[in-house]
Design a binder for this molecule. Structure first.
Ligand SMILES: Nc1ncnc2c1ncn2[C@@H]1O[C@H](COP(=O)(O)OP(=O)(O)OP(=O)(O)O)[C@@H](O)[C@H]1O
Length: 535
């Protein structure tokens, strides 16, 4: 802070108050430095009653005052030595009183200061790292990645989520402090342990779930839900089941659409249970799983000796067996075109003939169909008859994939955990990081996959608590990728990355042969990598 040489002692007093300094620079009219005006001079001028004198008459040129000048709130002379400031009796207690961890490096990445909270959160002691370059810390394995170095490289603030000590999740935010010349003087990184926060978040999710349960009232208490072991864990799913309940009252044909494992069969059974046909049979046939030449015989039945391999007495088809009840045609998109014609007759008139018979049989069957394919596209490609499509699709019910109803993941895990604990007489729990990781996973196999992994974890985990280390690698890829770092070696990380590429490709191309072709490696290598991961 500088003052003009011709201002009076009286006028200079507020400058001392404002800047809390004890030395001011004095300049001439052109701004050229001519000396210092100190608080001692001020005192002596006041004692002498020379308040109307100019500061120039009290100017001193002694260089000892230079270090007392205040710049950016810090004494200029001391600015040369951050270590002294940072380790001063004034600064250390302040920084040690913070709940968040603080890590300070200079502009080169040399560790200057680590506070107590940092030691507590990371287990890394200040005396072990003081004076070390961040590169060295990474090399010695203290940390997997240095945020400070990234800040220095990018010349801007950087924030990352990291896993430390295997089970703690932390958020590290590094901020650069620039000099007037635009160079980085210091990098201040704050470290917050968010494990507890995540726990709270998931407890809240869990709570929300129970609140929803209360909210469901009679809807959930209905025994149809319990018989089917069906959980309604979000308003979206509730709407879906309310729609299903409404159509259950009628005989309207329902077409359920959605990815594999989302719960289409379950909804079909729910509709049946809620309908007036509930005490009649419910029969499910998977049109994609039965060989084409057998579907016809299965559905329509046949007369004695109508084809080679037929039973002597002939056979009742499913349509006859399910008379009065509900027939669920799963994977309807796989039904061959010639059978679609025959099915259309049943759908339109409730009439059909057994194979090898000329007698028309009449049945009263409700048909619910389902598909994971885009049936409309199949119609436009000539693979599915449009008349049949419109007949079956009176009420379309679209079941969204699990990754679109993320808030259901944790409640479902909890419910399935309870189910399998009960089934296997166990008392397993799942820790919060594991839940967090599973809630970030993409669930290509939807609820079926979730059900299977929870059962597998309950049965195969020896510890009482299921943690991240018990999860198969494929469930951890996106989690580690998202967190931008982990305590894994480079080799492990490369392997994880490689596997995530294979998994993404498997989702797209379905077969190991095609994936091998696309990725330019042998099929055996893909199979081997996937197998290795499962072991
Ligand atoms: N809301 C739910 N509550 C409890 N379990 C569910 C729920 N939805 C689905 N499931 C379970 O997930 C598994 C897969 O469901 P389902 O067989 O109905 O799926 P899908 O869509 O018919 O699959 P696909 O197309 O492969 O036949 C089943 O074990 C089912 O009981």
């Amino acid at each position: 802070m500088n003052v003009k040489r011709n201002i009076t002692i009286e006028e200079v007093i507020p400058f001392f108050n404002r800047t809390r300094t004890d030395v001011l620079e004095v300049v001439d009219e052109r701004g050229t430095f001519i000396g210092y005006f100190t608080v001692d001079s001020l005192q002596s001028a006041i004692q002498k009653g020379e308040l109307s004198e100019t500061v120039e008459s009290y100017v001193t040129n002694s260089v000892e005052y230079k270090d007392h000048l205040i710049e950016d709130g810090l004494p200029l002379g001391l600015l040369k030595n951050y270590k002294d400031i940072l380790s001063s009796n004034f600064f250390l207690p302040i920084i040690n009183s913070l709940h968040d961890g603080v890590y300070i490096t200079d502009g080169e990445g040399i560790t200057l200061l680590v506070n107590l909270a940092y030691e507590r959160i990371t287990g890394i002691k200040a005396r072990e790292v003081a004076g070390l370059h961040m590169d060295e810390l990474v090399k010695r394995g203290y940390i997997s990645q240095s945020i400070s170095l990234e800040v220095i490289k990018q010349k801007k603030s950087v924030t990352r989520m990291q896993t430390i000590k295997g089970d703690r999740t932390i958020i590290v935010s590094g901020t650069p402090i620039f000099s007037k010349q635009g160079e980085i003087n210091l990098v201040i990184s704050s470290v917050r342990d968010i494990t507890e926060l995540l726990k709270l978040k998931h407890e809240l999710d869990g709570l929300q779930y129970w609140v929803n349960q209360e909210d469901e009232g009679d809807f959930l208490k209905d025994e149809a839900f319990h018989d089917l072991e069906l959980y309604v864990a979000s308003p979206k799913t509730k709407e879906l089941f309310q729609l299903a309940e409404m159509v259950a009252m009628t005989d309207a044909k329902v077409l359920l659409q959605g990815e594999t494992g989302v719960g289409k069969s379950l909804i079909a059974r729910f509709i049946h249970k809620k309908s007036k046909r509930s005490d009649q049979p419910f029969i499910e046939i998977n049109c994609g799983a039965i060989p084409v030449n057998l579907i016809e015989a299965e559905l329509f039945g046949y007369e004695p000796g109508s084809f080679t391999g037929a039973l002597i007495k002939g056979k009742k088809g499913l349509l006859e067996q399910v008379n009065g009840g509900t027939l669920f045609l799963d994977e309807i998109g796989d039904l061959p075109l010639d059978l679609q014609v025959k099915l259309l007759k049943v759908v339109e008139e409730n009439r059909f003939m057994r194979i090898g018979s000329t007698t028309v049989l009449e049945v009263d069957v409700r048909i619910i169909s389902a598909t994971h394919k885009d049936l409309k596209k199949q119609v436009s490609e000539g693979k599915f008859r449009d008349d049949l499509y419109y007949r079956l699709n009176i009420v379309p019910i679209i079941v969204p994939p699990l990754h679109e109803r993320k808030q259901e993941i944790i409640p479902l895990i909890r419910r399935f955990l309870m189910r399998f604990n009960e089934k296997y007489g166990m008392e397993k729990t799942i820790n919060i990081d594991c839940l967090d990781c599973l809630s970030e996973y993409s669930w290509p196999g939807n609820i079926r996959e979730l059900l299977n992994i929870v059962e597998r974890l309950v049965v195969t985990t020896l510890d009482e608590e299921i943690t991240l280390k018990h999860l198969p690698e494929e469930y951890k890829h996106s989690y580690h990728r998202e967190q931008g770092g982990s305590d894994f070696s480079l080799k492990e990380r490369v392997q994880q990355y490689e596997l995530s590429i294979i998994h993404d490709a498997m989702k797209k191309y379905k077969t190991t042969r095609k994936v091998a072709e696309v990725l330019g490696v042998s099929q055996a290598s893909i199979v081997q990598k996937l197998k290795k991961q499962q072991n």
